[in-house]
Ligand binder design. Sequence first.
Ligand SMILES: Cc1cc2nc3c(=O)[nH]c(=O)nc-3n(C[C@H](O)[C@H](O)[C@H](O)COP(=O)(O)O)c2cc1C
Length: 183
Amino acid sequence: MVMTALIVYESIYGNTRAVAEALAEGLGDARVLPVHEAAGHTEEPDLLVVGGPTHMHGLATARSRQIAASAAHEDGGVAVEAAATAEPGLRKWLHELPDRPGARAAAFDTRLDKSPWLTGVASRGIAKRLRRHGYEIVDSESFLVEDSEGPLEQGEIERARSWGAKLATMAAGGAGRPQEASA
Ligand SMILES: Cc1cc2nc3c(=O)[nH]c(=O)nc-3n(C[C@H](O)[C@H](O)[C@H](O)COP(=O)(O)O)c2cc1C
């Protein structure tokens, strides 16, 4: 059976997008969509993978995305994704996501390299919201940035590729025991 996968991400500085693209490579054949483009999509992939940056200990808000984008503009040298503040953001999109009981999904985030107790972990909130729509979470993962604007820490792109490959195996129902995300 050929598995279909859709990766939906939100990203301000491009780090979460880079992880999403590496995941797609690991998954083999996955569509990657920024969240504002995913709105209105009716496809029902075998695996839905959803990721975003950790902002203020959780999912980004419209306000935190604006703060992030304007901080970068003040900084000058930091590039901001074209759709950084586009609507819908991940929160709204997840709220409006149609229910799909039993469908498989995975959640990821990017965050700072400190204790999760200090940083918060956006993928927990993403997984919680996906479960509310009936999804079964096969796994969730964080990828670490060196600083708020990035870059990703060394090795994180390779780790994202490996995680994508692991997800493909899990979603196909093969080796690898589905793991309950921690919140
Ligand atoms: C407004 C704002 C709030 C943030 N809050 C947190 C936080 O609570 N915990 C954390 O680990 N990182 C935090 N960060 C850092 C982000 O996690 C980091 O910018 C993000 O992973 C980069 O992803 P992106 O390049 O896809 O936007 C924050 C960044 C911004 C701009």
